[in-house]
Each structure stands twice: as C-alpha cells, then as structure tokens.
Design a binder for this molecule. Structure first.
Ligand code: PTJ
Length: 246
C-alpha cells in the first residue's frame, strides 16, 4: 500500500497501474523499462503539463477533430495507463482504435482489446488477421496494421512510439501525433506534433480541448514541432540549472 502522504505518491500510483497492466498481460517487460525512461524525463520536466505542451495539445486536438479518418494506435503501456481516456477520445473525435504492438503477440492483443471493451469500446481494430496489411519500408512487427485502421488513416495518434515506425508512417503520408516524455527521441523529433507530457496527465486535457472545439469554426493555428520541442528541452535545461544552483 502506498500512503497518500508519500511525497512521490502520484508517481508510485502510476507505477502500480503499469505493474498491474503487466500482471494482467497487457504490458510487456520492456514496457516497464520504457516507463522508467519516461519517469526520468517527467522528473526533469517538473512532472507537470507545461505551457509548451498545452500548445502542442491544442494543435493535436485541432488535427484530430478536423481529420477525415483519425486513428488511435494503442500499445501495452498506453492501454494499461489510459484505457478510459482512449475510449473517451475515440468517442469525442470519432477516431478508430487500433491495437498495434512492437512486441507483438496474439494473446496480448486480445487482452488489450478486452481491457478497452471493458471500458466501453465498441470496436477494436488490429486484432482480426483477416484485415491485416503492411506499412511499407518497416521491419518491426508494427508494420502489420489494419486495413480499416492505420492503413486508411489520415491522422494517427501514436503515443510511446518507436522511431522507425514514426518515420515509416510519415513516409506513408500520415499526419503523426505522439505523446513522448523524451523531447529528444527519434519519434518526438519526427512526428508532426509531439506532446511532451505524461499520457496520464495529457490525455484528459486532450479530450477536454477536443470536446471544446468540436463542432465550432476554429481556424488552424501555426505550429512548429521543432520549435516546440526545443522549448521543452529548454525547460529541462532551466530545471537542471535551478537545481544545480541550490
Ligand atoms: O506494447 P508494445 O509491445 O507495443 O511495446 C511498447 C513499448 C513502450 C515497450 C515500445 O514501444 C518501446 O520500446 O518504446 P520506446 O522505444 O522505449 O519508447 C517509449 C517512449 O515513450 C520513450 O521515449 C519514453 O520516454 C516515453 N514514455 C514512457 N512512458 C511515458 C512516455 N511518454 C509519455 N507518457 C508516458 N507515461
């Protein structure tokens, strides 16, 4: 049991969620390591959604709401941390939900699909091999996508992504949005919009902004991902400077 008074209680609760997801067969061992890397960057970012990340969230919300065929790509970590939010975001934006794994296994795909259905999802793509096809120029298991999902999408939300697939999705003409706590990762640097925030904090905000702007006439604001990422790196630099001067 984690006492509420523990100074790092929130971080420890998030960890428990992920470990729970691992025990239920949603998360792979490597996902626990990936989470540790994320935690480290979150610590350096001050564990809050920065102004810069809010800007990226607004740009992402605009793209998702105005997309013709948006798709949310779900891996083990994302499913364990945000099942309710994935379903809500899909309802608010009309996005399809597709399970797409780096460390692919049929058993884990089914476990993730069931978890999302338990949270209200009606349709989960990526689990029926009848609709499987390939993204060109990609070697990992993530090249296998659903014809009715990522393959046909114009906008794809791919949180906690690996760099190779982001590059392949870009080459394939997709508008790629990601959540990545590491502003220097290949995914962060390659995506069209990178939200440098923990999915746990950022997803409820993204849902809220999508809800607020959908159905309204709001023009697209200019967004420069590289500049936005540079500002997040600057935040880390400032935080380190402040801590090292103490
Ligand atoms: O479920 P699978 O088989 O698809 O595998 C999923 C993992 C996450 C294991 C796989 O995609 C992987 O190895 O990812 P990477 O290459 O380690 O990248 C994960 C990125 O997500 C890293 O840059 C982390 O900093 C970042 N990250 C980790 N936790 C979070 C996060 N970003 C946002 N929110 C988090 N909670």
């Amino acid at each position: 049991m984690i006492p509420k008074s523990h100074p790092r209680a929130v971080s420890l609760y998030i960890r428990e969620k992920l470990v729970g997801g691992f025990r239920e067969g949603l998360v792979v061992e490597e996902g626990l390591l990936a989470h540790g890397r994320g935690e480290m960057f979150d610590y350096l970012l001050g564990e809050k959604t920065s102004k810069v990340s809010h800007e990226a969230i607004r740009a992402a919300a605009w793209e998702m709401v105005h997309a013709k065929y948006p798709v949310i790509s779900v891996n083990g970590n994302f499913a364990a941390l945000c099942p309710k939010e994935i379903v809500k975001l899909s309802e608010v934006t009309g996005a399809k939900i597709e399970v797409n794994l780096f460390y692919a296994s049929e058993k884990r795909k089914k476990a993730i699909a069931n978890e999302l259905k338990r949270h209200g999802a009606k349709e989960i793509l990526g689990v029926d091999s009848k609709f499987a096809t390939r993204i060109p120029k990609l070697d990992s298991a993530r090249r296998i996508v659903d014809k009715r999902g990522i393959f046909s999408a114009d906008v794809v939300l791919v949180p906690l992504e690996d760099g190779d697939r982001t590059i392949a999705l870009k080459k394939f003409g997709k508008n790629v949005i990601t959540f990545d706590l590491n502003p220097m990762s290949r995914t962060a640097q390659t995506a069209d919009i990178t939200i440098v925030d923990n999915v746990i904090r950022g997803m409820p905000i993204l849902i809220d902004v999508c809800r607020k702007i959908s159905g309204k006439k709001i023009s697209k604001k200019k967004f420069d991902n590289k500049k936005n990422l540079a500002k997040s790196i600057q935040t880390i630099k400032e935080n380190l400077r402040r801590m090292s001067n103490a």
